[in-house]
Design a binder for this molecule. Structure first.
Ligand SMILES: Nc1ncnc2c1ncn2[C@@H]1O[C@H](COP(=O)(O)OP(=O)(O)OP(=O)(O)O)[C@@H](O)[C@H]1O
Ligand SMILES: [Mg+2]
Length: 382
C-alpha cells in the first residue's frame, strides 16, 4: 500500500511553504480499499473490542508501518451506517488535538465500510477502572491527569474548533489511553456539528449511553453542549470511585455512587469518603476539588453546569471551585421520601424511551467524490 505520488513543488514555492503543505497532506484522512484493510488487519484476525456500531480490529498500516485500529461499521440499515460514517469522517477527519483520537483513514466500499484510527496501546479507560481482569492499575496522580486531559479534549471540541462539536457519548469506553496513559477522546460518531451562535440542537434520535446521558437528552428540553459536561461529571465520579456509578452488588446506600458522594460531601464527611474510595490522605486537596467539580458538572439545569474550559482550570487548581448546589434535589422535591421512579430514571438515563422532535440537520447520502472533496480526503493507492 502506497500513498498517492508525492507532492512535487514547483520551483518558485519556498521550502517553508512546501513543508507546511506536506504537513497538511499528512493530516488528511486516507482512503483505503477493502483489500488494503484486509491485508493491514491480517484478514481481521485480532479483535480489540466491539460496541454499538461495529467491531474494532488491530492492524498495521502498510503506508508507514504504524499500528492502527480498524472499526468495521455495522448498522440496522445502510442509511444508519452512512450517517455514522459521515458524522465520523466529517468531524474527526478535520479535528486534531493532543487529547483527541486521530482518524487516520477510512474505507467506503460495498463490501466494507470502515474507519481507521491511530492505535491506542493501553485501550480504553473502562478496562482499567472496572473490569475484573483490570489492565495496569493507574495511580491517583495519573487518574487526575486523565481527567484533565479528557476535559481538555472536550473543551477543544466545544470551544476551540472552528465549528462547535458536541460529542453526546462521553463515557469511559470512549476515553482511550496511549503508551503514556495520556487520555484521548474517541468516537465522535454521534457528534453533530452545530453553529456556535445556534447552540441549541433538537434531537432526532437516541443519543448517548444510559447512566451518562444528561436529563435533557431523555426529556423534551433543548439540548446544548452542556450535555457533554453532565456526562463528563458522571465519568469523573467513576474515576474518583474507580467503580461504575451504579453497582447493585454493594450496600444500598452506595448503590448509586454520585448520590452517596453528595451525601458525604454535604455532611462534611470527606474523610469517610476517602477511606471508602481507598484514596490516601495526601491527595485530600485534589480529590476534594475533583469531587466538587463532578458535582458542579452533573447539575440538573444545564445553565448551572460550567463550560469545559472552566472545568479544566478548576481541576488543575487554577480556579476556585464554587460550592456546588445539590444536583439531586429535583429527585426529592415535592416528596419527603426519595421518589424512587425519578431516581431510577436518573441513574439509568431514561432507558430507551427518548423524546424526539424536529431535526436541526438532515443527512444526505454519501457520494464518495463530493464527500471527499468537501473534507479534502486523500486516496491511498496500491
Ligand atoms: N483506536 C483504538 N485503539 C485501541 N483500541 C481501541 C481503539 N478504538 C477502540 N478500541 C477498543 O475497541 C473497543 C470497542 O470500541 P467501540 O468504540 O466499538 O465500542 P464502545 O466504545 O464500547 O461503545 P460505543 O459503540 O458506544 O462507542 C474499545 O472499548 C477499545 O477497547
Ligand atoms: Mg467507542
Amino acid at each position: 500500500m502506497q500513498k498517492l505520488s508525492p507532492f512535487i513543488p514547483p520551483p518558485f514555492i519556498p521550502l517553508r511553504v512546501v513543508q507546511v503543505i506536506e504537513d497538511v497532506e499528512k493530516e488528511k484522512p486516507i482512503r483505503f480499499t477493502a483489500q488494503q484493510l484486509r491485508t493491514a488487519t491480517d484478514n481481521f484476525s485480532v479483535v480489540l473490542g466491539s460496541g454499538g456500531y461495529g467491531t474494532v480490529y488491530k492492524g498495521i498500516s502498510r503506508n508507514n508501518n504504524i499500528p492502527v485500529a480498524v472499526k468495521v461499521l455495522k448498522g440496522a440499515s445502510d442509511k444508519t451506517i452512512e450517517e455514522q460514517f459521515i458524522a465520523e469522517v466529517s468531524t474527526m477527519g478535520r479535528t486534531h488535538h493532543y487529547n483527541l483520537v486521530r482518524l487516520y483513514g477510512f474505507c467506503f466500499e460495498s463490501s466494507l465500510i470502515a474507519l481507521v484510527y491511530e492505535f491506542m496501546v493501553n485501550g480504553s479507560l473502562d478496562n482499567h477502572l472496572f473490569k475484573s481482569n483490570k489492565g495496569v492499575t493507574i495511580g491517583f496522580e495519573k487518574l487526575h491527569e486523565i481527567a484533565v486531559g479528557t476535559a481538555n479534549g472536550i473543551s477543544y471540541l466545544h470551544e476551540q474548533c472552528p465549528q462547535r462539536i458536541v460529542h453526546y457519548d462521553i463515557k469511559p469506553a470512549n476515553i482511550l489511553l496511549d503508551s503514556n496513559f495520556s487520555a484521548k477522546v474517541a468516537d465522535f460518531g454521534l457528534a453533530k456539528l452545530c453553529n456556535r451562535d445556534n447552540s441549541h440542537i433538537t434531537m432526532t434520535r437516541n443519543r448517548g449511553t444510559p447512566g451518562y446521558a444528561a436529563p435533557e437528552l431523555w426529556m423534551p428540553f433543548p439540548v446544548t453542549h452542556k450535555c457533554d459536561v453532565y456526562s463528563f461529571g458522571m465519568l469523573l465520579f467513576e474515576i474518583i470511585g474507580r467503580r461504575r456509578n451504579v453497582d447493585v452488588t454493594v450496600s444500598d446506600s452506595q448503590e448509586w455512587f454520585p448520590i452517596w458522594a453528595w451525601n458525604k460531601y454535604e455532611r462534611n464527611k470527606l474523610n469517610e469518603f476517602m477511606i471508602d474510595c481507598g484514596i490516601e490522605e495526601k491527595h485530600e486537596e485534589v480529590i476534594t476539588r475533583m469531587l466538587m467539580v463532578a458535582l458542579c458538572c452533573v447539575q440538573y439545569k444545564p445553565e448551572n453546569r460550567p463550560m469545559m474550559s472552566i472545568v479544566v482550570k478548576m481541576l488543575e487548581g487554577d480556579l476556585e471551585v464554587p460550592e456546588p448546589l445539590n444536583p439531586f434535589s429535583h429527585l426529592f422535591s415535592a416528596v419527603t421520601e426519595p421518589d424512587d421512579s425519578l431516581a431510577r430514571i436518573a441513574r439509568n438515563g431514561g432507558g430507551s424511551e427518548w423524546s424526539s422532535s424536529e431535526a436541526l440537520t438532515t443527512s444526505t447520502g454519501v457520494t464518495g467524490t463530493s464527500l471527499m472533496a468537501r473534507y479534502e480526503i486523500t486516496v491511498a493507492t496500491d
